[in-house]
Design a protein around this ligand. Structure first.
Ligand code: ADP
Ligand code: ADP
Ligand code: ZN
Length: 214
């Protein structure tokens, strides 16, 4: 199964993508996580990407596409994947469609997790991330057992540099101008499915499972 998660920054794509990956036994591929791992490891790609990410801008398509096309070559992708944060622009979506077409394939669903802008700022300012294992929490809605410590791996949690309110507003603008057009793109391909992302986490997941099948 090949699934794309669409939605604004903070809509809950990553949270749901992890649950989908667990249930359907497919890899969760997050371009944001891959960029952050590169930044942490001080790679050249990481240095290039960080300059854009810190400003709330998208990393250029060439760089992103090179990275994701390499990722698709890994053996764990043979049964599909759940994509979180990719594609984020029309050229990225077109490149994905072409790459799959060359193998006689296509994605199954693009799931749009809908959350209005008003809710996004509070979701993001409360988000705490584990840069070690990729887990994500929320100080109010999805708290950890011990404050500030990852339940899964015990690392210290951080507020991402790009989750500060000034940068979040900019990222929302970028989302509306560059990523939202993908909703139309996947609607016209007959692949779009919508879920109400303002519900609590488990209810959102139930709605997604109804779409993907149990
Ligand atoms: P969020 O989970 O809030 O949606 P991500 O972790 O997906 O954020 O992405 C963080 C940042 O990484 C983005 O603001 C952007 O700078 C960069 N990024 C991630 N995926 C892509 C992509 N597909 N194309 C361009 N930039 C990307
Ligand atoms: P995205 O990957 O779309 O940027 P995340 O999955 O990282 O979004 O979620 C953003 C923040 O909102 C995180 O702090 C997460 O714990 C929290 N969150 C995710 N889903 C829900 C939900 N259904 N209700 C409340 N908070 C949520
Ligand atoms: Zn962790």
């Amino acid at each position: 199964m090949k699934v794309i998660m669409l939605g604004a920054p903070g809509a809950g794509k990553g949270t749901q993508a992890k649950k989908i990956a667990d249930k359907y036994q497919i890899p969760h591929i997050s371009t944001g996580d891959i960029f952050r791992a590169n930044i942490k490891n001080g790679t050249e790609l990481g240095t290039k990407a960080k300059a854009y990410m810190d400003q709330g801008l998208l990393v250029p398509d060439e760089l992103t596409l090179e990275l994701i096309m390499d990722r698709f070559k890994e053996p764990d992708c043979k049964n599909g994947y759940v994509l979180d944060g990719f594609p984020r622009t029309i050229p990225q979506a077109e490149a994905l469609t072409r790459a799959l077409e060359e193998q006689g394939e296509s994605i199954d669903y693009a799931v749009n997790v809908e959350v209005p802008d008003e809710n996004i700022i509070s979701r993001m300012s409360g988000r705490r991330a584990c840069l070690s294992c990729g887990a994500t929490y929320h100080i109010v809605h999805i708290p950890t057992k011990v404050e500030g410590v990852c339940d899964r791996c015990g690392e210290k949690l951080v507020l991402r540099d790009d989750d500060r309110p000034e940068t979040v507003e900019k990222r929302l603008g970028v989302y509306h101008s560059q990523t939202q057009p993908l909703i139309e793109y996947y609607t016209s391909q007959g692949k779009l499915a919508e879920v109400d992302g303002t519900q609590e986490m488990e209810a959102v997941f139930e709605a997604i499972v109804k779409i993907l099948g149990a």
